[in-house]
Design a protein around this ligand. Structure first.
Ligand code: ZN
Length: 55
């Protein structure tokens, strides 16, 4: 496989990653969160969004 092809593939995957990350963010933004609290973070049972409990 040529380096050029590999770079092209990496570029495509990065685009897909950006797409899916924004898609996930959209779902999580619409979610009516149902958090389960752990010692250091809370996690939504519906959309898996996690938030740290201290900053
Ligand atoms: Zn949620």
């Amino acid at each position: 496989m040529q380096v050029h092809n590999v770079q092209e593939k990496i570029g495509q995957l990065k685009n897909q990653l950006t797409y899916w990350e924004s898609h996930l963010k959209e779902i999580q933004n619409k979610c009516n969160h149902d958090y389960q609290t752990d010692s250091f973070y809370k996690k939504c049972l519906k959309c898996q969004k996690t938030e740290a409990l201290y900053y």
